[in-house]
Design a protein around this ligand. Structure first.
Ligand SMILES: Cc1cc2nc3c(=O)[nH]c(=O)nc-3n(C[C@H](O)[C@H](O)[C@H](O)COP(=O)(O)OP(=O)(O)OC[C@H]3O[C@@H](n4cnc5c(N)ncnc54)[C@H](O)[C@@H]3O)c2cc1C
Ligand code: SF4
Length: 567
């Protein structure tokens, strides 16, 4: 590519960040705050905080289909329609199936948000720290490779990102769910408190807590400086929150980065690959397809952060070939794209609860109750590896006590009474990374920008089946001991992907022969390229992952800046 010196200068930055979602937003904020000229390349359109949340204040009757997906949408988009958060009010923040095809060698529901902010606009905001029980798991249980870091390496960075993000919750003092820096918690309702008490009475290894989530229950100065306000407990978050009540890149990190004057945000820019300079033996920039002009452009920087979300990060690195790296950037080990893992969300239970009929709750709480993992924590105590976290909530079933039929005053009276209490319980299980669970590039099928399509070859195994059965049994027992009735266990049979917690493929590790990234998230063999999104995860734990991506990102930026200073 012949670039004039002027163009090259114009297109040169200190740092390039690929992707503006949860992890890319953090990279941008940190670099910009530290005074580095930072280019954020985002494949989707811009989404400005508040002004680009078109449905945030709409009422159900404002939507042509009262908020529901239409049959036409379900037929055209069978994959994304499986996501519980995809509906008439939120569909503009999700990738539609036909627009961005990929090849499912084995069924995999890939749920994506391609826009400034990525999936930070549509996540469920549950945030829990990892503990050493997760960082030490591969070495203890003999799977994947040992993590090159431990909890103590990340603990200060968890605190750092939590204070800025704003996490509501309690300090519960649980050894495998370390306490966060917290804002006041949301409250369990009366039936959840009842279950909490029964769990306490019946189990020594289990504890019910309120979910820790990225919501401003009581904003601090750092949050008001971001222009964010108190969460109103409306739970319309997936539409974008005009109050900035929950954390998204759009409401928080990207805006903060922009205020420094060091940010250049370039939407409509699909990163094709990273350029490796054989002579300099480092990456020098990225190739980008401008989705408006369809032009291929190049941008240059000393440091490149890849934050395109797990599978797209794998795709970009696999597509970054050169004489030195014919199989993808940094891929001397041949492991790039392998050991992809995810969370097992297949199991759920429903139940009813008699009593507390004179009690209700206020508002639509944007979080839920949790029981942190209790299986195989201190020792191996089942015939499957690892464990699961349990999430549950209790609610009044609806405003139709006595059924929908009726007439006159009695009917009116009946429909002002809420129905019985119902319980919904679900699992979030750890899966064990395996070499055969992988992604690779198609040799003949390309997307609209001439980039090879991704092939997904990922599936559940026997360990996942056993873990699922254990959850269904334990969940039933917990609900029975809590006095619930009509308990129905359910296996959704859903494919991997719908958990939206895909991780791995570019794993961290101590040994360049068995991993791609070192303890600072640098590619072992191309040190000015960092990967700090889910692709870097050596194993997947049972916690919601995004808080860990944020902490790893802030830590890696600090490292990148400190070594630049010493060169
Ligand atoms: C409904 C839902 C609920 C969820 N709930 C939770 C939860 O409660 N807790 C939790 O921890 N996580 C949750 N998640 C997952 C969470 O959203 C992700 O873990 C998180 O967003 C990942 O951050 P990221 O920066 O890696 O990716 P993203 O936030 O997806 O951002 C990646 C960005 O990169 C861009 N991009 C991709 N490819 C390219 C390219 N080639 N060139 C340029 N740009 C590119 C994308 O457009 C996107 O903007 C949920 C997700 C969904 C959808
Ligand atoms: S619940 Fe809170 S964060 Fe969600 S939309 Fe309402 S105010 Fe915003």
């Amino acid at each position: 590519m012949n670039l004039s010196i002027d163009t090259k200068k114009k297109n040169t930055y200190d740092v390039i960040v690929i992707g503006s979602g949860i992890s890319g937003g953090w990279a941008a904020k940190e670099f910009c705050e530290k005074g580095l000229k930072t280019l954020v390349l985002e494949r989707g359109r811009d989404v400005r905080h508040i002004t680009d949340y078109p449905t945030a204040m709409s009422n159900p009757w404002d939507f042509p289909h009262r908020g529901r997906s239409t049959v036409a949408s379900e037929t055209t988009n069978p994959i994304v329609n499986k996501c519980y958060a995809f509906e008439e009010a939120t569909e503009h923040f999700f990738v539609k199936d036909n627009d961005h095809p990929y090849i499912q060698e084995k069924p995999f529901d890939w749920i994506r948000g391609y826009q400034v902010g990525g999936k930070s606009l549509i996540w469920a905001r549950q945030t829990q720290r990892w503990s050493d029980f997760e960082f030490e798991a591969p070495a203890r249980d003999g799977f994947a490779v040992d993590w090159p870091i431990r909890y103590k390496d990340l603990a200060p960075w968890y605190s750092y990102v939590e204070k800025f993000t704003g996490i509501s919750g309690n300090r519960d003092g649980i050894s495998n769910l370390p306490d966060s820096e917290v804002l006041p918690p949301f409250e369990l309702n009366c039936v959840e408190k009842h279950i909490q008490q029964k769990v306490k009475e019946h189990y020594r290894d289990r504890q019910v807590i309120i979910g820790r989530c990225a919501h401003l229950t009581q904003p601090n100065e750092i949050h008001t400086q971001q222009g964010r306000g108190q969460c109103q407990a409306r739970h319309l978050c997936y539409r974008g929150c005009p109050y900035g009540g929950y954390f998204s890149s759009n409401s928080s990190t990207i805006r903060w980065a922009a205020k420094t004057g060091n940010l250049t945000l370039r939407p409509h820019s699909v990163v094709h690959s990273i350029v490796y300079d054989e002579q300099k033996q480092k990456a020098t920039g990225v190739r980008v397809v401008d989705t408006n002009s369809k032009e291929m452009l190049e941008f240059f920087a000393e440091v490149i952060f890849v934050n395109a979300a797990c599978l797209n990060t794998n795709l970009i690195l696999l597509n970054s070939t050169s004489s030195r790296f014919p199989n993808g950037l940094g891929n001397d080990s041949g492991l790039l794209g392998k050991y992809v893992a995810f969370h097992n969300y297949r199991g759920s239970l429903t139940a009813s609860f008699e009593g507390y009929k004179d009690k209700y709750y206020y508002g639509r709480r944007p979080t839920t109750a949790f029981i942190p993992s209790f299986r195989n924590v201190f020792k191996q105590d089942t015939d499957f590896l690892r464990g699961y976290m349990v999430a549950f909530s209790a609610s009044r079933a609806g405003w139709h006590q006595g059924g929908q039929e009726g007439f006159g005053a009695e009917y009116k009276e009946n429909i002002t009474q809420p129905d019985d209490w119902g319980i919904y319980m679900m699992m979030q299980g750890e899966t064990v990374p395996k070499e055969q669970n992988h992604v690779r590039l198609s040799k003949d099928q390309k997307d609209a920008w001439g980039i090879p399509q991704l092939i997904t070859s990922i599936e559940y195994d026997q360990n996942d089946e056993k873990l699922l059965q254990d959850f269904l049994m334990q969940g039933t027992e917990i609900l029975e001991k809590s006095g619930c009735k009509n308990i129905s266990p359910y296996d959704s049979g859903q494919a991997p992907g719908l958990d939206i917690h895909e991780m791995g493929g570019v794993r961290m590790g101590k040994d360049p022969k068995t991993s791609l990234l070192n303890q600072w998230n640098q590619l072992h063999h191309c040190k000015n390229v960092y990967v700090t999104d889910g692709a870097c995860m050596t194993s997947v734990g049972n916690q919601n992952p995004s808080l860990t991506f944020m902490a790893l990102t802030a830590r890696a930026v600090n490292h990148a800046v400190s070594i630049q200073k010493t060169i």
